[in-house]
Design a protein around this ligand. Structure first.
Ligand code: KIV
Length: 269
């Protein structure tokens, strides 16, 4: 029998936090995988700027453009019936100028049909967040390891281990809530700090490498499916080994062609 899923909104996520029900979020960048994970019942789909790494093969998230994010988001949206779909504002499309931030957001919302946007950073981007929220668009914050700042950090190591950075993160989290963000991603920070931030907020926190005491978890879909054999961070749990499955399938296909096994009589007209 078909399972009836509820449609996820920001209000549903808030209710989930209040009830203690964990939020499950994954990235997707295309129609096919967006449709599969939506059908499997995922709560939130993030069209992450990790598409820059995963789909385009760039070393960082910085090169991906607004047009490319809109292409990925509109592809995902066409396959989704129940999940909340949030899109990353790419590097350069919101920092420093709140008018540009709003224009970028409006393009994403109009051209992709997504349900909200995610921005990296705290107090520095206050004006952009205010302007986007005042236009009626839900905003998800993102603190801790914010990959668009990789050249400032210099490494992808755990953030906020030192007191000063941890204090700033706690302040930023409260500020993002006050500004009206509906949820917050906490990336690669100590589990105890993520627990403290989560307890201090009424909006949901969604962790990646932030331990279990947050309101939900997010992983990059291609990583959790084992499509990437070279990435082994401690926080990543693999649920499949698709790199091996695909490699074996392609090898079998090649063998079948070369040995004249494919196509057989039933596979022709
Ligand atoms: O771009 C992305 O995939 C993200 C998640 C890792 C949170 O921002």
């Amino acid at each position: 029998m078909e399972k009836a899923y509820r449609k996820i909104t920001t209000r549903v996520l808030q209710e989930m936090k209040e009830k203690g029900e964990k939020i499950a979020m994954l990235t997707a960048y295309d129609f096919t995988l967006g449709k599969i994970i939506d059908g499997a019942g995922i709560d939130v789909i993030l069209v992450g700027d990790s598409a820059s790494n995963v789909m385009a093969g760039h070393e960082t998230t910085l090169p991906i453009t607004l047009d490319q994010m809109i292409y990925h988001a509109s592809s995902v949206i066409r396959g989704v019936e129940h999940a909340l779909v949030i899109v990353d504002l790419p590097f350069g499309s919101y920092q420093g100028n709140s008018k540009v931030a709003l224009e970028s957001t409006i393009r994403i919302m109009k051209e992709s049909g997504a349900h909200g946007v995610k921005l990296e950073g705290g107090a520095e981007i206050t004006k952009s967040i205010e302007r986007i929220i005042s236009a009626g668009v839900p905003v998800m914050g993102h603190l801790g390891l914010t990959p668009q700042s990789i050249y400032k950090f210099g490494t992808y190591n755990v953030r906020a281990k030192e007191e000063a950075e941890a204090d700033k993160l706690c302040e930023d989290a409260l500020l993002l809530q006050e500004l009206g963000c509906f949820a917050l991603v906490l990336e690669k920070i100590p589990a105890q700090l993520a627990e403290k931030v989560t307890a201090s907020l009424s909006i949901p926190t969604i962790g990646i490498g932030a331990g279990p005491k947050v309101d939900g978890q997010v992983l990059v879909l291609h990583d959790m499916l084992g499509l990437n054999n070279e990435f082994h961070p401690r926080f990543l749990r693999r649920y499949a080994s698709l790199f091996d499955t695909i490699t074996d399938s392609v090898k079998n296909y090649i063998t079948d062609i070369k040995s004249l096994d494919f196509p057989n009589e039933k596979e022709q007209y």
